[in-house]
Structure formats: structure tokens, C-alpha cells
Design a protein around this ligand. Structure first.
Ligand code: TPP
Ligand code: SF4
Ligand code: MG
Length: 326
């Protein structure tokens, strides 16, 4: 996700000449104050507050260039995220934030594209887009704030609601098999897949940093309680509420017998097996693989094509095309 390039790739060298002539003023350290926009309108106690606080912490810690941060979202309570972040961003159509983020990431690979949404946004209406973002490995970090319910629209069954969940759409209890987010993301082809819990801020911060450092389509499923419409659902994974938060022990490759039992994050089948554990399951990095990003592949393709045209400008190529069809 932290891929960096310079210049606009138009071969003119204008940017380089300008930056050589104008000295950069000293950059101020990025602070939470600078990033904070509106006061979050979530219900008091909503898990999404902790996700926002952790996100600010990581951006502050990494001192990312403020003007290069882009926050995008679909529709939902969780998708209100960009409102609370002072900077470039957009609240987009329900379920369609991955395509928007893909365009921005591909057109401006120097930006840090962060995407936010809920279980409905990502696995229901936007389920198809998540798979394609993953298989194309488009550089971005996607936070799916999973509360097992449609919060914004006041309690409908979501694709992650468990069987038996009573809601406005299932007054006698949900009857459909829920989506397993980890299985779906592995099968879709995402190259970094992690799971965390909004009640464990330290773990959440670790996962955000790991996702940020990953080149490609990184996704974190973050269990984030909707205190209004599905309270206490994640208590079984919250030690402060009598549950247990089991962290994935990753391989250290230290040739010890203990290491045999640890998880190899590059092993897709092992990741899938972890995903089959019963609720509340385990937390940490399920899967991470190094595959070329579409950003890198497309850049190479554009450069090769430009070379073939003798580095003609866009206007020259357009003119030639018109001349051919005259
Ligand atoms: C095309 C379209 N269909 C339906 C809706 C209504 N709608 C808005 S948010 C939402 C579900 C939100 O659930 P989720 O993504 O889980 O977010 P949460 O509010 O739980 O954070 C729905 C169905 C809409 N805005 N647009
Ligand atoms: S309705 Fe639920 S998800 Fe939405 S802000 Fe309130 S607690 Fe959070
Ligand atoms: Mg939801």
C-alpha cells in the first residue's frame, strides 16, 4: 500500500524541473489534530470509534504526508469514516467504493488509498467488487468494519449475521448460511488478509501497520460492535467480557519443534483451515503473499506502449488516430 512514485509519467520532466527550482518548506509532523474533521456521529459506545482512533494513531506514527492520504467509503455507519478525516476523501455509492478506490489508486499510485465500509457494503451489495479488487491486486488498504448487521438502516440481516439472528428482515431468525469473510477474501485473491477486534486496540494497530506496509490489496476484517442493534455479539472474543482473544502464532522459521505448529502466512490452505474455526475464531494475519500489483503491471504496460509510439504525447496519438479514420 505504501508504494511511492515520483512525477506524472508524462515524460516532460516538468515536475522535476519545478521541484529543483522551488525548495520544499520544512514539513510539519502529522498530528491527530490536523487529521480530525467533524465530531463522529456514531452512537456512544459504537466499535467504530476505536477503529478511527487506531487509524489516526498509525498515520501519526508513520508521519504520512497529509496531502497524500485518501479515505474512501461506501454507505453505512462505518462508511461515514471519511467525514471524520480532514483530507482528501469521498463517501461513495453503497458497495461501489472498491471501483472508485481502484481508479484513484491506478491513476495516482503516489497516494495512500484507505477504504472503509461495513459487512453489508463489502460482502452484500459490494461483494463482487471486493473479489475483483483482490484478484487484480490493486494497491489499497481496506477496512471492513464487521458488526454482523446493517446498522445505518436500523437492523436488517447482513451477510455475516449468524443463523437465528432476529432482525427486521428476519423477525423469526435468519435462515441463510452467513458469508465467512476470511474464506471469501482468500478465495477472491486478496494478497493480505487479517482479522482483528475493535476492543483490542493494540492488536488493531499492529494489523493496520502490517496492512499499510503490504504492497497490493490488503484487507482487515475488524469486528466492531453495533451497541444499538447487535450488542455484546463479540464478547466471546473480548477477555474484558469473559471471552478469549486468540492470536495466530506466526512461524518464526527458527527450526524449533514449536515452530512446526505455528502458522505460515503464505500457506493459502493453512489460512483456509484457520478460517473454518468456529466463532469467535482466531485473530491476526491469515494470509499474505507477494504478487505484482496491477499498479506496477499497468505502469510497465503504459511505458512499453509509449516506447512503441516513440514517446508520442496523448494529443499526437489522438491526432494520428483521427488521421487514420479520416
Ligand atoms: C443501492 C443502495 N441500496 C441500499 C441502500 C440502503 N443502505 C444504506 S446502508 C445499508 C447497509 C449498511 O450496512 P453495513 O454495510 O453493514 O454498514 P453498517 O451501517 O452496519 O456499518 C443499506 C442497505 C443504499 N443506500 N443504496
Ligand atoms: S447504529 Fe450501530 S453501527 Fe451505527 S453508529 Fe450506532 S452503534 Fe454504530
Ligand atoms: Mg454492518
Amino acid at each position: 500500500m505504501s508504494e511511492q512514485t515520483t512525477g506524472n509519467g508524462d515524460g516532460t520532466g516538468v515536475e522535476a524541473a519545478v521541484s529543483a527550482a522551488v525548495a520544499e518548506p520544512p514539513r510539519e509532523k502529522l498530528t491527530k489534530k490536523a487529521m480530525t474533521a467533524d465530531h463522529p456521529t456514531w452512537c456512544p459506545g459504537c466499535g467504530d470509534f476505536a477503529v478511527l482512533a487506531s487509524f489516526y494513531k498509525v498515520l501519526e506514527k508513520r508521519n504520512i504526508e497529509h496531502e497524500k492520504i485518501v479515505t474512501l467509503a461506501g454507505i453505512g455507519c462505518s462508511s461515514r469514516f471519511p467525514y471524520f478525516m480532514n483530507g482528501h476523501g469521498a463517501h461513495f455509492i453503497h458497495g461501489r467504493a472498491v471501483p472508485l478506490a481502484s481508479g484513484i489508486s491506478l491513476a495516482r499510485p503516489d497516494l495512500h488509498v484507505f477504504l472503509f465500509g461495513g459487512d453489508g457494503d463489502g460482502f452484500s451489495i459490494g461483494g463482487n467488487h471486493v473479489d475483483h479488487g483482490g484478484r487484480k491486486n490493486i494497491n489499497m488498504t481496506y477496512f471492513i468494519m464487521d458488526n454482523f448487521v446493517y446498522g445505518l438502516t436500523k437492523k436488517q440481516t447482513s451477510p455475516t449475521s449468524p443463523i437465528g439472528f432476529k432482525s427486521k428482515t428476519d423477525p423469526t431468525g435468519a435462515i441463510d448460511q452467513p458469508v465467512n469473510p476470511m474464506k471469501k477474501l482468500i478465495a477472491g485473491g486478496a494478497t493480505f488478509i487479517a482479522r482483528t477486534h475493535a476492543a483490542n486496540v493494540n492488536h488493531m494497530i499492529q494489523m493496520i501497520e502490517r496492512a499499510y506496509d503490504h504492497q497490493g490489496f490488503s484487507v482487515i476484517e475488524c469486528l466492531s460492535e453495533c451497541v444499538e442493534f447487535y450488542p455484546d455479539v463479540f464478547d466471546p472474543a473480548n477477555p474484558r467480557k469473559g471471552g478469549s482473544f486468540e492470536v495466530i502464532q506466526e512461524k518464526k522459521w527458527d527450526n524449533t519443534p514449536e515452530d512446526e505448529l505455528r502458522h505460515d502466512v503464505t500457506d493459502e490452505v493453512a489460512a483456509y483451515k484457520l478460517a473454518t474455526l468456529p466463532f469467535p475464531g482466531v485473530f491476526g494475519v491469515f494470509y499474505e503473499t507477494d504478487r505484482p500489483t496491477k499498479n506496477a503491471l499497468e505502469k510497465k504496460w503504459i511505458e512499453t506502449t509509449r516506447e512503441k509510439t516513440g514517446n508520442a504525447s496523448d494529443l499526437e496519438i489522438l491526432q494520428k488516430t483521427f488521421d487514420r479514420i479520416k
